[in-house]
Design a protein around this ligand. Structure first.
Ligand code: AMP
Length: 596
């Protein structure tokens, strides 16, 4: 905490981010969304079953990818992913890794942050659900890696708001996996460890399940370690070999690098079920040569050893925080696509002396758990016997100065909410003034475990003004942290002598989006808004009808022409329910006329 004896200038105050989407109480569905680094998906509970909702292409997984085509149209999901190779400069993948940072990508003429790109994926998932079920999405529960910090969680919330999704709850991915397990095994009693290795993050959670009560005891992780890092390491080694043997540097051009990435991704997956694989990069240079490099599982496991050793740190940490011996663990649940790599089995055998459990689908468990949480939030009878408690994955606190004789040491970290505290939590500390006539107090809020703030992550800065003048140590200020179920923080301060309270607003240290920026991003995405006539089912229906039209004559032709015209004008209404109805009518007539 820093302080001064004069009133400081009015700092620019930014409005705290709070969801502003109005709640709609009409019939509709509550869904769970796994917003993943490589894939995203949505699930819902219906008739006691968890259902993965296919996207508009009928696929369960939607690539987290965005691209802009030659006509300036925005593509999301598989159509965007397929352009990664052919148009790497106009396609963005893996943007979740930069959630909560200021990084931007230029797509067409627009510059977008990770929040806006994620919003496009979220909006696409919502549209798929609404199309598939014919019901509106009332609310969604969205998952984040347990080890996401404050900035990344707020950025995820901002993405939901930009997408116009009503999201009151974000939950940790391994907690969602545990919920999926609890939902599928209502009577079980077990001490579990969840290892969640996705595309971009690694999370470890230690938990206990007893008769439907799921208690998360500890979480740890690495927010920058996932399946993509295995690919990148493989690219580095393969690129080096190709440079040595062929004299071609594949990393120098974006298109070659994209080809190498795809080849390594394919080889990585192939090595999950075979001992050897080939990294094949075709069309290199003016003569379009093809490079082929044979790799073995043993060889790449050698390359990947540093990543495996990084995975051990959070496992050890989570077990220690829970106070468990490795031998206490009954089951190790493996979720996240990258746990399919055999080296994860090796790690589990090494650390826990047992085999990992793969009863949950590694790609789908998190979305199912999010759907279970959405049902829990709505007091749905399908989940009436389930209860879950989660914890704070990081310590949160403030900087303070301490006096040692004549010396003052600044920048010490004073934790207010310790990691592992059960959420929601509200904790306070009282600090005293340290200068004579100190009229204001300034402090930074940090997240992390180090004794010195400079080694932790700064997530905000506050100034409390109006402290009554007096000798050093005469005034006391209470700082209260309230950590909600989403793992998000609210800070309240009270000058104890006057009772004056401030509910403080995070100064986002320039990293998060302000309310105004969220509004601008919404407007920008609306300007790219995909017209319903570009939505796949509508395009497909029209193409089918127009192709048939050319083959018809007289009355049939007139009837179909009229229906095509009315469907086109209905598309302008942008009313999804009306469009769906007209499309179905059009397709029924198309079917009938085709049988004539
Ligand atoms: P998720 O974010 O859970 O969808 O995980 C995606 C990650 O899992 C990506 O890095 C994929 O490359 C990886 N992955 C998916 N299938 C496999 C597989 N068969 N072998 C190795 N990694 C895989």
């Amino acid at each position: 905490m820093r302080c001064g004896s004069a009133d400081c200038d009015d700092a620019e105050r930014r409005t705290a981010y709070t969801p502003n989407v109005t709640r709609r109480e009409d019939a509709g569905v509550r869904i769970g969304i796994d917003l993943g680094t490589t894939h995203s998906l949505a699930a819902v509970l219906m008739d006691g079953q968890a259902i993965i909702i296919p996207n508009l292409l009928g696929e369960r997984l939607t690539p987290s990818a965005v691209s802009v085509d030659n006509d300036g149209r925005t593509l999301v999901g598989a159509p965007a992913k397929s352009r990664e190779l052919t148009h790497p400069g106009e396609t963005v993948c893996n943007f979740k890794r930069d959630m909560g940072t200021e990084r931007t990508w230029t797509l067409g003429r627009k510059s977008m942050r990770s929040e806006s790109l994620s919003a496009l994926v979220l909006a696409d998932l919502r549209q798929s659900v609404e199309e598939h079920l014919g019901q509106r999405v009332l609310e969604a529960v969205v998952t984040v890696p347990a080890y996401f910090g404050e900035d990344q969680r707020r950025a995820t919330q901002a993405a939901c708001e930009i997408a116009g999704l009503h999201v009151e709850r974000i939950i940790n991915e391994p907690t969602a996996a545990a919920l999926a397990y609890g939902f599928g095994n209502p009577q079980s009693e077990a001490k579990l460890v969840v290892l969640d290795l996705g595309g971009g993050t690694f999370d470890v959670s230690v938990l206990e399940v007893t008769d439907g009560i799921i208690e998360i005891l500890a979480s740890a992780g690495d927010a920058r370690l996932g399946g993509e890092d295995f690919v990148e390491l493989m690219m580095e080694h393969c690129g080096k070999r190709i440079l040595e043997t062929e004299g071609v540097d594949l990393s120098r051009a974006a298109d070659l690098s994209a080809k190498l990435r795809l080849a390594c991704e394919r080889a990585k997956r192939a090595l999950s079920s075979a001992e050897r694989a080939s990294v094949v990069v075709a069309g290199v240079g003016p003569s379009a040569r093809t490079f082929t490099l044979e790799v073995t599982r043993e060889q790449v496991h050698g390359w990947w050893a540093p990543l495996v050793s990084r995975m051990q740190t959070p496992i050890r940490q989570a077990l220690k925080d829970a106070g468990w011996m490795r031998s206490a663990v009954d089951q190790v649940l493996l979720v996240g696509g990258a746990t399919r790599m055999p080296l994860v089995d090796g790690l589990v055998a090494n650390v826990f002396n047992k085999e990992g459990t793969r009863t949950l689908s590694p790609d789908e468990a998190v979305a199912v758990g999010a759907a279970v949480q959405a049902a829990l939030k709505a007091d749905d009878a399908q989940v009436e016997d389930l209860v879950v408690t989660d914890i704070a994955p990081f310590s949160l606190g403030v900087d303070h100065s301490s006096e040692h004789g004549r010396h003052r040491v600044n920048g010490m970290f004073s934790a207010i909410v310790e990691r592992g505290t059960v959420l929601p939590a509200s904790r306070s500390h009282v600090f005293t003034t340290i200068d004579n006539n100190q009229r204001w107090v300034e402090f930074g809020v940090y997240q992390g475990e180090h004794a010195l703030c400079e080694h932790n992550t700064k997530i905000g800065e506050y100034t409390i003004k109006g402290v009554p003048a007096g000798p050093a140590g005469s005034e006391q200020i209470e700082v209260r942290f309230s950590y909600d179920l989403n793992g998000l923080l609210e800070v309240e301060t009270t000058v104890l002598s006057t009772g004056k309270k401030h509910t403080l607003v995070l100064d986002r240290s320039g990293r998060g989006m302000t309310k105004a920026e969220v509004g601008r991003a919404q407007t920008m995405l609306q300007s790219l808004k995909f017209h319903p006539r570009d939505a796949l089912p509508n395009v497909a229906a029209l193409e089918r009808a127009e192709a048939l039209f050319t083959t018809l004559t007289r009355d049939d032709r007139a009837l179909l022409g009229e229906l095509i015209g009315s469907f086109k004008s209905c598309l302008e209404s942008q009313d999804p329910a009306l469009i769906r109805e007209h499309r179905q009518q059009l397709l029924v007539i198309v079917e009938r006329l085709q049988q004539h």
